[in-house]
Design a protein around this ligand. Structure first.
Ligand SMILES: *Cc1c(COP(=O)(O)O)cnc(C)c1O
Length: 367
């Protein structure tokens, strides 16, 4: 073997990247898992039936490649959002859609911008692509500074709506204003839109620079299947199709996704339950005098307080305390914009009760 130095061989952009760190996925049971915003209810029974039908008695269909263009799934997604199937690209989770958009529209000369904070995967994807990543601060109260977006000079702007990790949602008019005023590609990441009563998807008929991504991971109880999408006008879809893996969704994902997207009634009911639980959780924080951001998502970013103190140490201490009760929440220690706060998924009512009991105990409040 000749002298071989791996570090010498890595692509220039990848050599500078640290991998994205997803929330903890504990092995084994017994956890109250409120750290990665999964749906607390099972997926639609229609999804289960579709999966079983696709597997059949001998799984023989799995010998065959899946539909490369996910026709049925794209039809179901288009129907749900009121757009043409040819305005939809199906993806292996919306992270796949984000990655495809990044590779289609960013490079060393074409930069990416997003608001700070936003979904932290964007910066990793930009680095891999060798693209500059511009972070635009919010104004006070996590309000949007439109002029800063319009003048940032980026080729592409990723807008997380509702925002992660704050949960703050912005109406469709905000998306219109950005799509109309920004000269480049605008991608709206709508992972949490099912909990917000709006979607900008239909605006793709009006704005040729707009992409709206979504996922069944948060709002449809199918994070384990990896089903996502990008909605845009067909010219944009054609560009992203050049980049997309030709078989990017397996047969089971296509079948389950199409069935789930067609069962609006089931999901309406579940989402209503989650919103009720969200309201009860917010009222609990009100009763403790803890601050939180009014959420349009299936999680709440709140600031725990002990003996009158809010601080990164206090937040870290409460996360540890929750963990000792086998409750997982997400804490972004190294992000100064949110490191006094904790992001808590909205789970089942009894799971939230466990959090409330833990909070009362931790804060030393007698009820
Ligand atoms: C969870 C999440 C995603 C990724 O969803 P997948 O479809 O599971 O890949 C994308 N964007 C945001 C803002 C998310 O929170």
């Amino acid at each position: 073997m000749k002298n071989f130095d791996l570090s010498d061989k890595i692509s220039g952009s990848v050599s500078k990247v640290s991998a994205y760190v997803p929330g903890e996925q504990p092995q084994g049971d017994g956890w109250i898992k409120l750290n990665t915003n999964e749906f607390p209810y099972p997926p639609s029974p229609l999804a289960r039936e579709a999966l079983l039908a696709e597997i059949g008695s001998d799984a023989s269909k799995l010998r065959l490649y899946p539909d490369p263009v996910s026709s049925r799934l794209r039809g179901a997604i288009g129907k749900y959002f009121g757009v043409d199937a040819n305005c939809v690209m199906a993806a292996n989770g919306s992270d796949d859609a984000l990655n495809i958009a990044m590779r289609s529209f960013c490079d060393a000369k074409k930069s990416l911008a997003s608001l700070d904070p936003s979904y932290s995967l964007y910066s990793v994807l930009a680095k891999i692509q060798g693209a500059e990543f511009i972070q635009i601060p919010f104004k006070d109260g996590f309000e949007i500074d439109f002029e800063k977006i319009f003048n940032c000079g980026a080729n592409t702007f990723f807008f997380t709506n509702p925002n992660a990790p704050t949960g703050k949602g912005f109406p469709v008019e905000t998306v219109e204003k950005i799509a109309g005023g920004f000269g480049g590609i605008v991608l709206v990441d709508e992972a949490y839109a099912p909990f917000a009563d709006y979607s900008a998807a239909r605006l793709v008929n009006k704005y040729p620079n707009l992409i709206v991504t979504g996922t069944t991971s948060k709002g449809w109880g199918l994070a384990g299947m990896r089903i996502g999408w990008a909605i845009a006008n067909p010219e944009i879809i054609e560009v992203m199709d050049r980049v997309r893996d030709s078989y990017n969704l397996d047969r089971l994902a296509q079948a389950a996704g199409a069935a789930a997207m067609s069962d609006a009634q089931y999901y309406c009911k579940c989402v209503q339950e989650i919103k009720n639980t969200r309201r009860i959780t917010e009222q609990f924080f009100d009763s403790l005098g803890w601050r939180y951001i009014k959420s349009s998502a299936n999680f709440i970013l709140f600031t725990p307080k002990k003996n009158g103190v809010e601080s990164p140490e206090t937040a870290a201490d409460f996360v540890d305390f929750l963990r000792s009760k086998r409750i997982l929440a997400r804490y972004f220690a190294s992000d100064p914009t949110v490191n006094m706060s904790i992001r808590l998924s909205i789970g089942l009512p009894e799971q939230m009760q466990a959090v409330m009991d833990a909070a009362t105990q931790w804060a030393g409040i007698k009820k």
